[in-house]
Write a protein that binds this ligand. Structure first.
Ligand code: GLA
Ligand code: ZN
Length: 670
């Protein structure tokens, strides 16, 4: 655990208040009152740190770091590349990104830089060096926060300038060696797309190439690596003068960057969490999405992560922004811990008086000082986190189930012209994850490159693209006794979106052959009966043939493919593989996985049935220590029966067989 405690605090932007020294002194006093022990400093402070090119003003930051040090408050120190000062964009316009339509951006906003630009790289290196020299070894500085939400600017989040195009061509040359290889891998014989000169290759853009899915895939891979290269440059620079680890704050299920590539050189994963609480009365869909995002971040390095941002109250960027209802602040903070976070950090400590985010929730509002509901909620959570630090140190979740979630599959699936044009990969993943969540079974969200060792159950919904080596790993996993589940429209293409011919790459494991795939409209919906219940077969209905030794557990009941298998099970080595040939609803997934959990020996930590809205997770210590989180996302009390005997880690109360949870309550049990 970083700095030996659960971090509590968040983005602090005193650079907006430099002409108000009294505000800073008040901040320090109130941070103590709010049990804040760590702030992220200087994220957007480039203009304050370097007001003119080459003129550095670091004294104000020195003063702040020193005072925080005296108060025992730690600092996550940011490099300020998230927003560029106007002197920089005025003098060197080439540092600004070029959009897909070829227009260079004008100055303003943030996250607006070209990550290939040598000038940008040079200027940020000089800035970072100054910061690192001065603060890189200060006792209360614990972590580098490189830039901010890299890629978080435009819809496709990347730069299309000539320098980026040239870098892309270079990247392709390295990958394919010859144009012949590239043309073959991308199937450029189609529509006369054969390249005869590397210079003909251009990034995919709406007014240019939008139909080459292989180009899209490589462009996104390249963009991620180029962004990561920029990250690594900054991380390397600050590490010249400091031994601290580095992070950069990721954003949930963000399509623009493959975080499995982006994590290279990221010592500690961190991310920004803004769930849409109170979107509806039923908080479960939101809780599931937040839980899945946490699980995704934890799974990247199989380690505790940091929740680098969250709002202590409302946010300001959705169409409407509900306040957190009483109890939700505590619960959503505890939820982060429950899934492996070692922090609850906010955006931000104090609302600015002006600027774009002046109404975004913050610990300190414009009015009423610390006499606010939000401040009290924050202080209450902070105090609770102090009490949990020791208990949670050196613990992390170690689920026995995994869901394959892979960015390359996401990109390829949603780009492809196929049986449907409305694939929503994240929605599908969340539907599967939800059934795990509802039954208190934590799952990792892993890429196709991850090791499958240690899992009992691996499920891979809509796993359209197969990366090299993946089928082999799944085969070994299943042969070794694992249970593998996959669905229709899986194993269709390789890494450059070329269709597999002959068989499904795992046909021997799955025991099926795919033939056709129907995407019926509602009136043509099919159905099947599984374990005595009838479920719809909808959206995608694949027609597959079962091998002789494959068990058919359910079949289509109508239309010309009546009798074809919908659910199959095939024994392979010591394990077994399930194939779900059709999509169905949540009801089916719930029942299917419920049965599978029993079969694979997966149970929740309380070993009992959970009421709707309640979930359970577990953090494990190396010494076998178990810490159980029981969370009630219903705004009403719930009762859980058959729980066995537990001690409340905080109140020391003993529970025997029954647990009562208040509305939005989280209990920590040992
Ligand atoms: C992001 C950014 C922050 C802030 C918040 C507001 O996560 O990193 O700087 O803009 O959003 O929700
Ligand atoms: Zn560029």
């Amino acid at each position: 655990m970083l700095g030996g405690r659960i971090l509590h605090g968040g983005d602090y932007n005193p650079d907006q208040w430099l002409d108000h020294p009294e505000i800073f002194e008040e901040d320090v006093k109130l941070m103590k009152a709010a049990h804040v022990n760590c702030v992220s400093l200087g994220i957007f402070a480039w203009a304050a740190l370097e007001p003119e090119e080459g003129v550095y003003q670091l004294d104000w930051m020195d003063h702040i770091i020193t005072r925080l040090e005296q108060e025992g408050i730690q600092v996550v120190l940011a490099t300020p590349s998230g927003a560029m000062p106007h002197w920089l964009t005025q003098k060197y316009p080439e540092v600004m990104q070029v959009q897909a339509d070829g227009r260079r951006n004008l100055p303003g906003k943030r996250h607006n830089f070209c990550y290939t630009s040598p000038v940008m790289r040079q200027k940020i290196t000089e800035m970072d060096r100054e910061l690192a020299k001065r603060f890189g070894r200060r006792s209360n500085v614990i972590l580098w926060h490189i830039s901010n939400e890299l890629g978080g600017n435009f819809a496709d989040s990347v730069c299309h300038c000539e320098l980026c195009q040239a870098a892309f061509r270079k990247w392709l040359k390295k990958k394919y060696g010859t144009l012949d290889n590239l043309n073959r891998a991308w199937w450029n014989y189609f529509w006369s797309h054969t390249y005869t000169d590397w210079e003909q290759i251009h990034s995919p853009v709406p007014n240019g190439e939008t139909t080459s899915t292989a180009l899209f895939l490589d462009w996104r891979r390249f963009s991620t690596e180029q962004m990561n290269d920029f990250y690594q440059l900054e991380a390397r620079t600050v590490k010249e003068y400091s031994d601290l680890p580095a992070t950069t704050n990721f954003m949930y299920f963000f399509k623009g960057l493959d975080y499995n590539r982006m994590k290279k050189g990221v010592d500690i994963i961190s991310w920004d969490n803004y769930p849409f609480w109170h979107k509806e009365k039923d908080e479960v869909p939101t809780a599931v999405k937040a839980a899945a995002s946490h699980s995704l971040m934890r799974s990247l390095n199989q380690a505790p992560f940091l929740m680098m941002e969250s709002s202590p109250s409302a946010i300001s960027w959705r169409q409407h922004n509900p306040l957190k209802r009483p109890g939700m602040h505590m619960l959503s903070g505890m939820q982060a811990l429950a899934h492996g976070s070692d922090s609850v950090q906010y955006f931000q400590w104090r609302k600015g008086r002006g600027g774009f985010e002046k109404f975004h929730g913050a610990v300190m509002d414009h009015k009423n000082g610390s006499n606010t509901r939000v401040f009290r909620d924050v202080a209450e959570l902070g105090e609770r986190l102090e009490g949990l630090g020791e208990l949670l140190s050196h613990t992390v979740n170690r689920p026995k189930a995994a869901i394959v979630f892979d960015w390359e599959n996401w990109w390829a699936l949603e780009d492809t012209q196929g049986p449907r044009l409305d694939f929503n990969y994240v929605k599908t993943i969340l539907a599967h994850y939800r059934t795990f969540w509802e039954q208190g079974i934590e799952a990792d969200l892993i890429s196709m490159d991850a090791s499958l060792e240690g899992y009992h159950l691996v499920t891979a919904p809509l796993n359209y693209l197969y990366k090299d080596g993946y089928a082999k790993r799944v085969r070994e996993f299943t042969a070794g006794g694992g249970t593998f589940v996959t669905t229709c429209f899986s194993g269709m293409v390789d890494e450059t979106d070329l269709c597999f011919t002959g068989h499904h790459p795992l046909y021997d494991v799955l025991g099926i052959e795919q033939e056709e795939i129907d995407a019926p409209s509602e009136e043509f919906e099919n159905r099947f009966t599984y374990e005595g219940t009838v479920y719809p077969a909808q959206n995608l209905c694949e027609i597959v043939h079962a091998a002789e030794d494959t068990e058919v557990l359910a079949s289509y009941e109508t239309d010309f493919y009546a009798g074809a298998p919908v659910i199959t099970r095939h024994a392979f080595g010591k394990g077994r593989a399930y194939y779900l040939a059709a999509e169905s609803g949540l009801e089916f997934l719930r029942d299917f996985y419920r049965k599978l959990f029993v079969e694979t020996g997966l149970e929740n930590a309380l070993k009992t049935e959970l009421p709707y809205g309640v979930t359970v997770t577990e953090r494990l210590g190396e010494d076998g220590k178990r810490v159980i989180f029981v969370m009630n996302f219903k705004n009403e009390p719930v009762r859980i029966e058959g729980t066995g005997s537990w001690t409340d880690a905080e109140t020391k109360a003993a529970y025997d067989g029954t647990l009562l949870l208040e509305p939005f309550e989280c209990k920590v049990l040992i």
